[in-house]
Write a protein that binds this ligand. Structure first.
Ligand code: HEM
Ligand code: HEM
Length: 175
Protein backbone atom coordinates (compact mmCIF):
# COMPACT_ATOMS: atom_id res chain seq x y z
CA UNK A 1 0.00 0.00 0.00
CA UNK A 2 2.88 2.39 0.78
CA UNK A 3 4.32 2.05 -2.70
CA UNK A 4 0.92 2.76 -4.28
CA UNK A 5 0.38 5.78 -2.02
CA UNK A 6 3.91 6.97 -2.77
CA UNK A 7 3.15 6.82 -6.50
CA UNK A 8 -0.09 8.76 -5.96
CA UNK A 9 1.83 11.39 -4.02
CA UNK A 10 4.44 11.68 -6.78
CA UNK A 11 1.55 12.23 -9.23
CA UNK A 12 0.40 15.20 -7.18
CA UNK A 13 3.72 16.93 -7.92
CA UNK A 14 2.66 17.03 -11.57
CA UNK A 15 0.60 20.05 -12.47
CA UNK A 16 -2.81 19.92 -14.15
CA UNK A 17 -2.62 21.39 -17.64
CA UNK A 18 -4.40 24.67 -16.72
CA UNK A 19 -1.95 25.27 -13.89
CA UNK A 20 1.14 24.41 -15.94
CA UNK A 21 0.08 26.76 -18.75
CA UNK A 22 -1.00 29.60 -16.49
CA UNK A 23 2.43 29.40 -14.80
CA UNK A 24 4.25 29.40 -18.18
CA UNK A 25 2.19 32.23 -19.66
CA UNK A 26 2.41 34.59 -16.67
CA UNK A 27 6.21 34.10 -16.52
CA UNK A 28 6.42 34.67 -20.28
CA UNK A 29 4.40 37.90 -19.93
CA UNK A 30 6.77 39.13 -17.20
CA UNK A 31 9.94 38.27 -19.11
CA UNK A 32 8.71 39.78 -22.42
CA UNK A 33 7.44 43.03 -20.88
CA UNK A 34 10.56 43.32 -18.64
CA UNK A 35 13.06 42.75 -21.45
CA UNK A 36 11.18 44.97 -23.92
CA UNK A 37 10.94 47.78 -21.33
CA UNK A 38 14.68 47.45 -20.67
CA UNK A 39 15.66 47.62 -24.38
CA UNK A 40 13.58 50.80 -24.78
CA UNK A 41 15.20 52.23 -21.66
CA UNK A 42 18.76 51.91 -23.04
CA UNK A 43 18.23 54.73 -25.56
CA UNK A 44 16.04 56.88 -23.32
CA UNK A 45 18.81 59.01 -21.82
CA UNK A 46 17.33 61.85 -19.76
CA UNK A 47 14.01 61.83 -21.66
CA UNK A 48 10.81 60.88 -19.83
CA UNK A 49 9.50 57.32 -20.28
CA UNK A 50 7.72 56.78 -23.61
CA UNK A 51 4.05 55.75 -23.81
CA UNK A 52 5.21 52.26 -24.84
CA UNK A 53 7.31 51.96 -21.67
CA UNK A 54 4.41 53.11 -19.50
CA UNK A 55 2.13 50.47 -21.06
CA UNK A 56 4.79 47.78 -20.74
CA UNK A 57 5.12 48.48 -17.01
CA UNK A 58 1.33 48.39 -16.60
CA UNK A 59 1.28 44.97 -18.22
CA UNK A 60 4.30 43.94 -16.17
CA UNK A 61 2.51 44.95 -12.94
CA UNK A 62 -0.49 42.86 -13.98
CA UNK A 63 1.80 39.90 -14.73
CA UNK A 64 3.51 40.35 -11.34
CA UNK A 65 0.21 40.01 -9.50
CA UNK A 66 -0.85 37.00 -11.55
CA UNK A 67 2.51 35.25 -11.17
CA UNK A 68 2.34 35.57 -7.40
CA UNK A 69 -1.10 33.89 -7.46
CA UNK A 70 0.36 31.06 -9.60
CA UNK A 71 3.34 30.78 -7.25
CA UNK A 72 1.07 30.61 -4.18
CA UNK A 73 -1.02 27.91 -5.87
CA UNK A 74 2.12 25.76 -6.32
CA UNK A 75 3.05 25.80 -2.62
CA UNK A 76 0.49 23.45 -0.98
CA UNK A 77 0.89 20.48 -3.34
CA UNK A 78 3.73 20.84 -5.86
CA UNK A 79 6.39 22.38 -3.61
CA UNK A 80 5.38 20.74 -0.33
CA UNK A 81 5.10 17.19 -1.67
CA UNK A 82 8.14 17.38 -3.99
CA UNK A 83 10.16 18.69 -1.04
CA UNK A 84 8.96 15.86 1.22
CA UNK A 85 9.85 13.32 -1.49
CA UNK A 86 13.34 14.91 -1.87
CA UNK A 87 12.75 15.59 -5.57
CA UNK A 88 14.40 18.40 -7.51
CA UNK A 89 15.11 20.26 -4.27
CA UNK A 90 18.13 22.37 -5.29
CA UNK A 91 16.66 23.92 -8.42
CA UNK A 92 13.21 24.17 -6.81
CA UNK A 93 14.52 26.01 -3.75
CA UNK A 94 16.66 28.29 -5.97
CA UNK A 95 13.56 29.12 -8.00
CA UNK A 96 11.59 29.92 -4.85
CA UNK A 97 14.44 32.16 -3.60
CA UNK A 98 14.67 34.02 -6.93
CA UNK A 99 10.90 34.59 -7.05
CA UNK A 100 10.98 35.97 -3.49
CA UNK A 101 13.90 38.22 -4.50
CA UNK A 102 11.90 39.46 -7.51
CA UNK A 103 8.90 40.23 -5.29
CA UNK A 104 11.14 42.04 -2.78
CA UNK A 105 13.00 44.12 -5.40
CA UNK A 106 9.68 44.76 -7.21
CA UNK A 107 8.42 46.21 -3.94
CA UNK A 108 11.70 48.18 -3.74
CA UNK A 109 11.04 49.62 -7.21
CA UNK A 110 7.72 50.97 -6.03
CA UNK A 111 8.68 52.25 -2.60
CA UNK A 112 12.46 52.77 -2.34
CA UNK A 113 13.46 56.27 -1.33
CA UNK A 114 16.56 57.67 -3.01
CA UNK A 115 18.25 57.06 -6.35
CA UNK A 116 20.86 54.59 -5.06
CA UNK A 117 18.31 52.21 -3.54
CA UNK A 118 16.13 52.46 -6.61
CA UNK A 119 18.88 51.74 -9.11
CA UNK A 120 20.18 48.88 -6.91
CA UNK A 121 16.67 47.37 -6.80
CA UNK A 122 16.38 47.88 -10.55
CA UNK A 123 19.65 46.03 -11.35
CA UNK A 124 19.07 43.15 -8.94
CA UNK A 125 15.49 42.83 -10.21
CA UNK A 126 16.53 42.77 -13.86
CA UNK A 127 19.34 40.22 -13.31
CA UNK A 128 17.08 37.94 -11.23
CA UNK A 129 14.38 38.37 -13.90
CA UNK A 130 16.76 37.27 -16.68
CA UNK A 131 17.81 34.23 -14.62
CA UNK A 132 14.19 33.08 -14.13
CA UNK A 133 13.45 31.52 -17.55
CA UNK A 134 16.79 29.67 -17.48
CA UNK A 135 16.15 28.34 -13.97
CA UNK A 136 12.57 27.36 -14.74
CA UNK A 137 13.60 25.50 -17.90
CA UNK A 138 16.39 23.65 -16.06
CA UNK A 139 14.04 22.87 -13.16
CA UNK A 140 11.41 21.32 -15.42
CA UNK A 141 13.94 19.48 -17.58
CA UNK A 142 15.79 17.97 -14.57
CA UNK A 143 12.54 17.11 -12.77
CA UNK A 144 11.09 15.30 -15.77
CA UNK A 145 14.35 13.52 -16.61
CA UNK A 146 14.60 12.23 -13.02
CA UNK A 147 10.99 10.99 -13.16
CA UNK A 148 11.66 9.13 -16.44
CA UNK A 149 14.75 7.45 -14.99
CA UNK A 150 12.87 6.47 -11.78
CA UNK A 151 10.10 4.93 -13.87
CA UNK A 152 12.58 2.33 -15.14
CA UNK A 153 13.86 1.44 -11.63
CA UNK A 154 12.05 -0.51 -8.85
CA UNK A 155 10.92 1.69 -5.92
CA UNK A 156 11.59 0.78 -2.27
CA UNK A 157 9.74 2.98 0.18
CA UNK A 158 10.24 2.82 3.95
CA UNK A 159 9.12 5.08 6.78
CA UNK A 160 11.90 7.37 7.92
CA UNK A 161 11.93 9.20 11.23
CA UNK A 162 13.75 12.11 9.53
CA UNK A 163 10.77 12.77 7.24
CA UNK A 164 7.72 13.48 9.41
CA UNK A 165 5.79 15.22 6.64
CA UNK A 166 6.36 12.40 4.14
CA UNK A 167 5.43 9.82 6.78
CA UNK A 168 2.21 11.67 7.53
CA UNK A 169 1.39 11.76 3.80
CA UNK A 170 2.33 8.11 3.33
CA UNK A 171 0.11 7.03 6.23
CA UNK A 172 -2.82 8.82 4.65
CA UNK A 173 -4.84 6.60 2.32
CA UNK A 174 -5.84 8.57 -0.78
CA UNK A 175 -8.57 6.17 -1.96
C1 HEM B 1 11.35 23.69 -3.35
C2 HEM B 1 10.58 23.97 -4.37
C3 HEM B 1 10.27 23.00 -5.51
C4 HEM B 1 10.47 21.64 -5.63
C5 HEM B 1 11.10 20.70 -4.60
C6 HEM B 1 9.99 21.26 -6.96
C7 HEM B 1 10.03 19.97 -7.50
C8 HEM B 1 9.66 19.61 -8.79
C9 HEM B 1 9.73 18.27 -9.33
C10 HEM B 1 10.18 17.02 -8.58
C11 HEM B 1 9.31 18.34 -10.62
C12 HEM B 1 9.25 17.16 -11.63
C13 HEM B 1 7.84 16.65 -11.64
C14 HEM B 1 7.78 15.41 -12.49
O1 HEM B 1 7.78 15.55 -13.74
O2 HEM B 1 7.77 14.31 -11.91
C15 HEM B 1 8.94 19.70 -10.91
C16 HEM B 1 8.40 20.14 -12.10
C17 HEM B 1 7.90 21.41 -12.30
N1 HEM B 1 8.05 22.49 -11.44
FE1 HEM B 1 8.77 22.43 -9.53
N2 HEM B 1 9.49 22.37 -7.60
C18 HEM B 1 9.64 23.46 -6.76
C19 HEM B 1 9.30 24.77 -7.04
C20 HEM B 1 8.73 25.19 -8.22
C21 HEM B 1 8.37 26.58 -8.50
C22 HEM B 1 8.58 27.76 -7.54
C23 HEM B 1 7.84 26.59 -9.77
C24 HEM B 1 7.30 27.74 -10.59
C25 HEM B 1 7.08 28.93 -10.19
C26 HEM B 1 7.85 25.23 -10.27
C27 HEM B 1 7.35 24.84 -11.49
C28 HEM B 1 7.42 23.58 -12.01
C29 HEM B 1 6.81 23.18 -13.28
C30 HEM B 1 6.00 24.09 -14.23
C31 HEM B 1 7.13 21.81 -13.45
C32 HEM B 1 6.68 20.92 -14.61
C33 HEM B 1 5.46 20.16 -14.06
C34 HEM B 1 4.72 19.31 -15.02
O3 HEM B 1 5.27 18.97 -16.08
O4 HEM B 1 3.56 18.96 -14.68
N3 HEM B 1 8.40 24.40 -9.30
N4 HEM B 1 9.17 20.47 -9.77
C1 HEM C 1 7.87 37.37 -9.35
C2 HEM C 1 8.10 37.99 -10.47
C3 HEM C 1 8.13 39.52 -10.64
C4 HEM C 1 7.55 40.49 -9.89
C5 HEM C 1 6.68 40.32 -8.65
C6 HEM C 1 7.91 41.75 -10.50
C7 HEM C 1 7.49 42.99 -10.04
C8 HEM C 1 7.86 44.20 -10.59
C9 HEM C 1 7.40 45.50 -10.13
C10 HEM C 1 6.41 45.71 -8.99
C11 HEM C 1 7.99 46.44 -10.89
C12 HEM C 1 7.82 47.97 -10.77
C13 HEM C 1 6.78 48.39 -11.78
C14 HEM C 1 6.63 49.89 -11.83
O1 HEM C 1 7.57 50.62 -11.47
O2 HEM C 1 5.55 50.33 -12.28
C15 HEM C 1 8.86 45.78 -11.85
C16 HEM C 1 9.66 46.41 -12.79
C17 HEM C 1 10.48 45.74 -13.67
N1 HEM C 1 10.61 44.37 -13.83
FE1 HEM C 1 9.67 42.98 -12.72
N2 HEM C 1 8.70 41.54 -11.60
C18 HEM C 1 8.87 40.17 -11.71
C19 HEM C 1 9.58 39.51 -12.70
C20 HEM C 1 10.36 40.13 -13.66
C21 HEM C 1 11.04 39.42 -14.70
C22 HEM C 1 10.98 37.90 -14.95
C23 HEM C 1 11.71 40.34 -15.44
C24 HEM C 1 12.56 40.01 -16.65
C25 HEM C 1 13.55 40.64 -17.09
C26 HEM C 1 11.45 41.65 -14.85
C27 HEM C 1 11.94 42.89 -15.30
C28 HEM C 1 11.54 44.13 -14.82
C29 HEM C 1 12.05 45.42 -15.32
C30 HEM C 1 13.11 45.61 -16.42
C31 HEM C 1 11.39 46.42 -14.59
C32 HEM C 1 11.60 47.94 -14.69
C33 HEM C 1 12.74 48.29 -13.78
C34 HEM C 1 12.86 49.76 -13.44
O3 HEM C 1 11.81 50.45 -13.34
O4 HEM C 1 13.98 50.20 -13.25
N3 HEM C 1 10.60 41.48 -13.77
N4 HEM C 1 8.74 44.40 -11.65
Amino acid sequence: MFIRTHALLADRVLLPRWQRWSTYSTFALLVCTGVFWWTLDIDRGENPASAAQVWLLRLHGLGAMLVLICFGALLPAHVRIAWALHRNRVLGATLVAVILLLALTGYGLYYSVGDTMRSLSSWIHFCAGMATPVLLTLHIYRGRAARRSRATQPQHVTLDSQQPLLNAELKHDYR
